[in-house]
Write a protein that binds this ligand. Structure first.
Ligand SMILES: [Zn+2]
Length: 257
């Protein structure tokens, strides 16, 4: 009987360990390395996190312009969505806790938005074929749909490069927009209206009040949104103007409201 009790207790501990390992974690994103790789602070400790099941463009994919632009767009998307924000991390038993480099493998959520899935839906990445994970079937569907719709990576390269070039210009500075872990600027700073002569781009970054629309669209977007990446007639307007026109904020890119 005593032996049974000990075994039961031991088993309970193992079970608890397994639950702890796969319990959701809450953390704050302190850095975005790439669209699919971030640094998250959980309970005061920093972890590198690989977004499970999605691969955004890597150097080994080649150095053609479209790949470079999509890498940039993916990174910007991740920064815009979750930089300095609190996220929920979910592990997947099938995929395991960590990858070979020791990064946590996680699905990353902000509210109900599943960032891993969104990256695929917008064509900012491909499904990681080398990994087994429980959401692979849905992820493949998102990828196929993005392919069919010519989102991000999947459009006609020449045309897409032109569109991305228009969106990004020569804004290499933006790429360095990483989050300094210790420089925890107050959130209000991001929405402060700057009246300095620092130019349009800066104004956009600081006020967050510029949005992008197409002639026929019923939604307004952030400039890097996959839904407008294929459009030739993008117009930059203020949120107020977008609302006046009766346009709704895009649910995918979550523009300023
Ligand atoms: Zn959008």
């Amino acid at each position: 009987m005593k032996k049974f009790l000990i075994l039961t207790i031991a088993f309970a501990f193992i079970l608890q360990g397994a639950f702890l390992l796969f319990a959701d974690e809450e953390g704050k994103v302190t850095k975005v390395y790439e669209g699919d790789r971030i640094k998250v602070k959980i309970d005061g400790k920093s972890y590198k996190v690989q977004l499970l099941g999605v691969d955004t463009p890597k150097k080994k994919w080649g150095s053609d312009e479209l790949t470079k632009y999509v890498a940039k767009a993916a990174k910007k998307y991740t920064i815009d969505q979750i930089k300095k924000k609190n996220v929920t991390l979910k592990a997947d038993k099938k995929a395991g806790d960590k990858n070979k480099s020791g990064d946590l493998l996680r699905y990353v959520y902000i509210g109900k938005t599943h960032i891993n899935a969104e990256l695929l839906k917008q064509g900012y990445g491909k499904v990681n074929e080398d990994l087994s994970f429980s959401q692979k079937t849905s992820f493949k569907k998102y990828e196929s749909k993005a392919k069919k719709d010519g989102e991000g990576l999947w459009g006609e390269p020449k045309k897409k490069v032109g569109v991305f070039a228009k969106l990004f210009g020569n804004s290499d500075e933006e790429e360095d927009e990483d989050i300094d872990e210790d420089a925890s600027a107050p959130a209000s700073k991001a929405t402060a209206v700057k009246t300095s002569s620092s130019g349009e781009k800066r104004e956009y970054a600081d006020t967050g009040k510029w949005v992008f629309v197409t002639k026929s669209g019923e939604k307004y977007h952030r400039k890097d949104c996959g839904h407008i990446a294929n459009s030739q007639d993008i117009e930059k307007i203020t949120v107020e103007e977008a609302k006046k026109r009766g346009l709704e904020p895009c649910k995918t890119c979550n523009p300023p409201k």
